[in-house]
Design a protein around this ligand. Structure first.
Ligand SMILES: [Zn+2]
Length: 203
């Protein structure tokens, strides 16, 4: 250790030069503050800058509050969609990869829980039938009104077939992978077919 010393310009204490950091810009090649004072200064500068940065960020936020909130909301909504899309992708991939295993498991479950499964399908069948009827009524009513036609008959009578037959017909038009859960809009197709056969009522 050298005997050379230097006076710190902050605490004014004369200290050994090993207690000063190097600084190429200064004349003697050492920092004007001792290490201790330097760290205090740095901390002060950090806190000051940090406060300043925070204040500026707050200012910007308040100025563009609605814009920023809107952007955040949009991004959140997009993230939800993106997340769901990824989940579906994963599910699809999983089903493809483990198809045989899943089928085997399903078959075993159905065999072991025959009564429960039958009941489930009976209920589901009922629900689909109700859904089709409900959709048909609404679609036909809207379509008839939009064409300035009068609806003189019950929607189900206008169908020209039973709801069961309609269901089978719709199922026949499904593309691979379609189910009634997600393709109730198919009912719209049959609605249009019925409407196209209606003659406008002269008023
Ligand atoms: Zn000092």
């Amino acid at each position: 250790m050298t005997e050379e010393t230097k006076v710190c310009s902050r605490c004014k204490i004369e200290k050994n030069i090993s207690l000063f950091t190097r600084e190429n810009r200064s004349k003697d090649g050492l920092c004007c503050y001792c290490r201790e004072c330097q760290s205090v200064k740095q901390r002060e500068r950090y806190i000051k800058n940090n406060d300043e940065m925070r204040r500026k960020a707050r200012e910007i936020y308040h100025k563009n509050k609605t814009k920023i909130n809107e952007r955040c909301r949009k991004r959140r909504a997009e993230n939800v969609v993106e997340k769901r899309r990824k989940e579906l992708e994963y599910e699809r991939k999983y089903r493809r990869e483990y198809r045989d295993k899943i089928l085997l498991k399903q078959r075993r479950y159905r065999l072991e829980n025959k009564e429960k499964v039958n009941k489930y399908f009976r209920n589901r069948y009922k629900i689909i039938k109700i859904k089709i009827e409900h959709n048909l009524r609404q679609r036909i009513r809207i379509a008839v009104l939009s064409q300035s036609c009068e609806k003189l008959y019950k929607s189900i009578d206008l169908l020209g077939c039973s709801v069961d037959e309609c269901r089978k017909w719709l199922e026949g038009m499904f593309l691979p992978g379609m189910t009634f859960g997600i393709t109730m809009d198919m009912v719209r197709v049959s609605g249009i077919l019925i409407i196209s056969s209606l003659a406008p009522v002269s008023t």
